[in-house]
Structures are given as structure tokens and as C-alpha cells.
Design a protein around this ligand. Sequence first.
Ligand code: TYR
Length: 484
Amino acid sequence: VRSVKRLTLLLSAVLLGGPPAAAQPLPPTSALAAEAARTLNDPIFPGLGQLGLDVRHYDVALTVAEPGTPGLSGSVTLTLTATRPLAEVRLDFFGPTVTAVRWNGQAVPFRVDGAAQKLIVMPPTPLLPGQEARLSAEYQGTPGVILDPDLDLPVPLGWQSVPGEGPRAGANFTLSEPNGTHTFLPSNDHPSDKATFTTRVTVPQGYAAAASGLEGPVVGGNGPQTFVFTQAQPIPTYALAVHVNRFERVTAPSVPVGVNGSPVVRRDYFPVGTPQGVRTVYARTDEMLRVLSEWFGPYPFGAYGVAVVTPRLPALETATLSTMPPTASERTAVHELAHQWFGNAVTPAGWADVWLSEGFATYAELLWTESQGGDGQAVAARWHDTLARGGTRPLVAVQAGQLFDRSAYQRGALALHALRAATGDVAFRAFLHAYTARFSGSTLTTADFLTFARARTGPAGEAALRPWAESPGLPPLPPSSSSR
Ligand code: TYR
């Protein structure tokens, strides 16, 4: 969703008395086809996305007939618009076999390009800026496997299957950052195109599904049941959570830290048999929500909680429902919660800017430590030591292996510590509130961040950030901020 552009289109449609596209002459067909093949040209993942495509909403229906096995059947309707004429719609997809595609309800030709990981759809007429269309796809089979050795993750990305073993039930869930969502969902799989989601998951009796957003009534009685979730605020595709397991759904009183003090629904999902020690890590989520919202501004979504998985994978900040391994610490819990603001609501425009997610989430760990009476400056000093010993780089990543490295996390966090030291706590907090208010629901680059910091905190704030953003070496440890 690119709301500013949408507003501009809407305004010009109103002012000109018709859709703006009608007035523009169309380029010749061959030029349109070449245009349609352009991706978003992300410097780290150049193949992702389609230039000019804007997906506003995904209405996803997934059926998991045998939890714990990879098989899946899906049906999705995307609400699309375009910011340039598109003769073809090229969605990222490396999933099961596509059986049907419809355009505004009418069957249309399509093809799958496995090498490019695209589902290519030919609409009856090009999609023009300002027009909206509904593209539906049906698919069934086994999701693709996306391995990126550079990322150092222990599993392939995307749709996960955990076979049942002994008393443990089979389970499935998504672990998609950065580019795994298109293993199970045809999508414009790049953070610059955020969208809202309706997710319906059908599972056998005895199982439960969980997904990003607020849960609606369960559909179905005896036999398979369908769980429905509405994610009403736009999120990046990688942040979509889908979980299937034999779950205990544990609710807690809502916490009034949403926009204008609105209640944030609290629910956690624990696989049946999850030990108490694992659950204890989440006993203070309400306090974490209060502490972080004081620093960051209102919590941006309608719900928060975790879904615990059994494999020992890295935790992931899936929207409204963080995905947590059984080994996660309280510190990891704070980190994933902070990502709801930074990553899910305020989103880096491309993968090179991922420190805007990881640096802020890491800094939240320090803020939480301080709120519990701990020594934040000691935390910062440890980060600085780690970077001094292990090496570091400027904040904007230039290759996949850097996305989740020490510099994205600790150097990114120290950049914020430097800003705080330069401005004092009061101005730093005001800056964070203004930042989330300005960029929640949208995306930004590192350059946008620096511009915004200068506008809000003046040349001193920008000067504190610059060396962290740009210097090849390690700037000195910022001093502890006084509570000015
Ligand atoms: N973003 C995660 C964090 O909170 C790390 C991660 C990255 C986890 C990619 C999974 C993944 O696929 O730090």
C-alpha cells in the first residue's frame, strides 16, 4: 500500500473528473511487456517484486489437511492497483502447482516461471494506474524450498513442516524473513509493498490455527474447522504469521496502549504440553507493552502475543504474533515485541535498510534492562566491545550475509544510543514518538531516517548518527545519557 500515491491519484481523479489513466496515452504493447518484467531492483534481492504493482490486500485461504506434512492447498484473492501501466502481473511465487487464475472473476491465461520464481498473469487489458482489480489464484501441492546460504539460517525459509513425534503433534508455520512468503503465497514479496490481510486457515478437528491479526469466529463444527484472522493495518509480506498445531490459546487482560489508549488484545499460543518454564518468559508481556509504548508511542496493532514452536529456530517478529522457539529468553521476547513498531509498522523500504528494524529492536533490549533497574550503559559497552573485536561496517547492507549481522543489530542500536546521548532522554523519546507517528503504516530508507532525524533533533542529532551510519570504522562508545 502506498497511501500517498493513492491519495494523489484519488485527488487527481476527483479534480479531473475521471480516472487519471484515461488521459494518458498507452505505450506500445512490446514496450509494456518489457516494462512489466521490471522487478523492484532491491540491491540485495534483485529478483523480488514487480515495479509499479501495488497489492493493497491479500485474502488468503489455506487448507492444511495433514499438519506436520508440507502439503498445502491455497486460494488467494489479491486486491491490486498499479502505479504504472502493467500488461502482465508478475507475482513472486515458488509454491505448489497453480490450478486456476481469475481476473475480476474471469479465467485468464497464466504461466509459472520456476527459475524466476514468478507467477505471471495476463489480464484481458493492462492494469492502469488508478484502476483496481481482483486477482485470484488457486494452488495445491508442496511449497518450494528457498535456501539462502548467505543468511546463515538453519532452515529453508517460508512454509515449515514439523512432523509429529511421540506425544508431539505435527505442526506447520511460516518463518519467512526475508523472502520466504512466496513459498506458500503468490505475492509482491518485498517490504516496500505492504498490505492488509485476511487469513483463513482450515485444519482437521483437534488442531487450531493462528495468524496475524484479530481472530474472528471459528467456522465449522465436527470435522475440519476454519480459523479466520483480520490484519487491518498494512504489514510487509515476510511478517505474515500462520501457525497450525495442537494449541492451547491462552488469553490475558488487554492492555490499553494502542492508538488513543485503545485496548491491545492479548493472546498466546502454546503447543499442548509446553513446559511452564517456557511460558514464564511471556508472563510479563503486558509490562513490556507498557514500557516500550512509553518510549515508542502507541502500539500499532490490535493484538499482541506469541506462538511457540518446537524447533530451535531463531525467533521471528511475525505481525501481532511473534514466532518463538522454546529456548527464547525474556530479552528475545522484548526484541520481537519491539519489532512490531520497527519492522512491522515502520518498515525499511528495502533489504539494505534492515538495520532500521534490527537496530531499534536491539535498542529496546537496553531500554527494557533500564526499566528493570539494570545498567543500560553496561549493555551498550558490551555491544561496543563485540563490534570492536568482531569487526563492523556502515549501516546500509550491501550483501545478503550482512542482513542479520552484528552491525545491523548492535551498531544499529548504538547509533540510537548516540542520538539519545546527543539529545537527552526527553528529546529522544519525543523523537521516537514522532518517528512512529510519521512512518507507521509506511516505509522509509536510511536516507529518509537521517533527514527525519535532522528535522526533529537538529544538526546535533544528525551529526551524532552520521558516523554510525557511514563510517567504515567503529565510532567511540556514546556516553550514558543524562535524564535531561
Ligand atoms: N528478525 C529476527 C530477529 O528478531 C531474526 C530472523 C531473521 C529470524 C530471519 C528468522 C528469519 O527468517 O532478530
